[in-house]
Design a protein around this ligand. Structure first.
Ligand code: GLC
Length: 543
């Protein structure tokens, strides 16, 4: 009984009502504006210098590297020009020691080594071709630029971007902490390590995963208008959307194309409301934040993203376990347990370890609607060393986990809804009947049961959206945004290189073309920059 009552009390603390959603949206819109006015605000609103989204006709072969959380991914992406692509990829876990390495060099060396093995395994011909040419040419610089892979670097941390392939790290998030890297240009750090290994790779574009998701969604989803927003609900959470240049009041330092009148902004909404004007703040949220590597920062993310939801739940469970009157994971004797056993929790259970509760079990809890919650109970046993959990234990676990998940989804709707309202698209005649398209990616939105449905429910409650507006919002998964999207931005970057060659670059170009003709060799498959510079493609993506 005590457990049921206590569970109810805790669940109520995670309620996030329709009224709360609306208050959240209002504040979100205010902080959007603040970030458009000046730098150094809690929601950074970082200009990306990407001024258009693709339309699916782009072509070419590009490399992409994605560093954003627990895994490093290296991939090559062939854009087929018909809204489709082919992707080859390899994945490696980022060792914990490198997430908090002494120097940035250690981390970037690791990335370069993975690019090295990827190219040798999947594009050996090209690699060998490059090496042969490097060895035989008297002036390698003369052909070099033509023969290298353009690489889109998806680096999913807050970066002050000053150009399409230049950006300075503002701060680490998601458990990374390498102070030495702060303030450095992450593209230069990577290029340096690539060059040490003599790889035929140029870091052509710096991409946040949300920007990649937005690009990938626009490439793959047919429609007259491109996507408005790319959002990640995974280990972290963030969104990038298209803003009118006229609304961006703070100075834009880098070069960019003004013809579309728009630019993609990386909101870094993980830091929405760090000052806690409106975010819910339970004692459990407070504890999580105070024990994190970055207290007071990423306060929205700490309530929404997969990395933190399991930890919030764990902190709640620990508090319940500390209260002996509640009797969580404890029976007086076997007659109180419908499995006719007594519940015990092993001292080595993940529940007693910081970060020891993987958010994935929250999905199992949300999905298990069997009368005796058998699946969840088995999972508690196998994942968290809770032996013979009782029905009441599982009910409490499910109720609390679901309340945390639901609050996360409704908070997510605050961000999505605010961006939709900011765009003005719901009332824009130019939008016509076209849906307002949003590309999403990340473990939470992909695997947490009904996450999108819960977002839609909250969207309907937002003033200015309502049921009718919510129906016009199309939220679709954009898988591999960080690979395909990075490739697309590398393509933009490559066409920018093409468009405005310096005198030196033009000379190099002429020289390399002459050399290629002399050698009688075919252009290698990777040398596909010209393929996408048809007028259409240029118009679509770079105009
Ligand atoms: C964190 C990062 C952000 C990224 C997001 C999703 O919030 O700061 O750059 O987009 O995680 O991976």
């Amino acid at each position: 009984m005590a457990l049921a009552a206590e569970t109810k009390r805790i669940v109520a603390q995670f309620e996030y009502s329709d009224a709360d959603v609306n208050i959240g949206v209002k504040e979100f819109l205010r902080q959007i504006d603040e970030g458009l006015e000046k730098s150094g605000t809690s929601m950074s609103q970082i200009p990306t210098y990407v001024t258009a989204v693709p339309n699916g006709t782009e072509k070419g072969l590009y490399l992409a590297v994605d560093l954003g959380g627990t895994n490093l991914r290296v991939c090559s992406v062939r854009l087929n020009g018909d809204n489709s692509f082919n992707l080859t990829y390899s994945k490696a876990a980022v060792p914990k020691s490198l997430m908090v390495a002494k120097t940035a060099k250690e981390l970037f060396q690791f990335i370069a080594q993975h690019i090295d093995s990827f190219i040798k395994e999947h594009h050996y011909d090209h690699y060998e071709h490059h090496v042969r040419r490097r060895e035989t040419m008297s002036n390698p610089e003369g052909y070099r630029d033509e023969h290298i892979f353009r690489l889109g670097f998806t680096f999913s941390f807050p970066v002050q971007q000053v150009g399409i392939n230049k950006g300075f790290l503002i701060r680490w998030t998601k458990g990374f902490d390498i102070p030495d890297a702060i303030g450095k240009d992450v593209c230069a750090l990577l290029q340096e390590e690539i060059d040490i290994l003599h790889l035929p790779v140029k870091v052509a574009a710096l991409v946040n995963d949300t920007v990649g998701t937005l690009m990938a969604r626009s490439y793959t989803s047919p429609g007259k208008t491109g996507a408005l927003l790319g959002a990640i609900f995974g280990t972290g959470t963030n969104g990038a959307y298209i803003e009118k240049l006229s609304n961006i009041k703070k100075p834009l330092e880098g070069e960019y194309d003004t013809s579309t009148g728009e630019m993609v902004l990386n909101t870094e909404w993980g830091s929405f409301d760090n000052q806690l004007n409106v975010l819910p703040n339970t004692t459990f949220d407070i504890k999580l934040d105070s024990e994190s590597v970055n207290p007071g920062i990423q306060m929205f993310e700490k309530r929404v993203s997969g990395m933190f939801l399991g930890e919030i739940l764990r902190i709640v469970l620990v508090s319940l376990l500390q209260d002996k009157s509640v009797q969580l994971f404890h029976d007086d004797n076997s007659s109180h347990n419908d499995w006719k056993s007594t519940t015990t929790i092993a001292p080595e259970s993940g529940i007693f370890k910081k970060w020891g509760l993987d958010s994935a079990i929250m999905s199992v809890a949300a999905l298990d609607n069997t009368p005796d919650l058998g699946t969840l109970r088995q999972e508690l046993d196998s994942q968290l060393d809770v032996y013979s959990p009782s029905m009441e234990d599982a009910q409490a676990f499910k109720a609390i986990a679901s309340a945390i998940g639901r609050r996360a989804a409704r908070l997510s709707a605050v961000a999505v809804g605010a961006i939709v309202l900011q765009s003005g698209k719901l009332t824009d005649p130019a939008q016509g009947d076209e849906p307002i398209d949003i590309g999403v990616d990340g473990s939470l939105v992909e695997h947490y049961p009904h996450f999108r449905t819960m977002i839609y429910d909250a969207l309907k409650a937002i003033d200015g959206i309502g049921e009718v507006g919510a129906e016009r919002i199309r939220i679709g998964i954009a898988k591999d945004g960080s690979g395909v999207g990075a490739a697309l931005i590398a393509l933009v970057a490559a066409s920018m290189e093409k468009k405005q060659p310096t005198a030196e670059e033009s000379l190099k170009q002429v020289r390399s073309e002459a050399l290629l003709q002399n050698s009688g060799r075919q252009l290698s498959a990777v040398n596909e920059v010209p393929e996408q510079t048809t007028p259409n493609n240029e118009e679509a993506i770079d105009a």
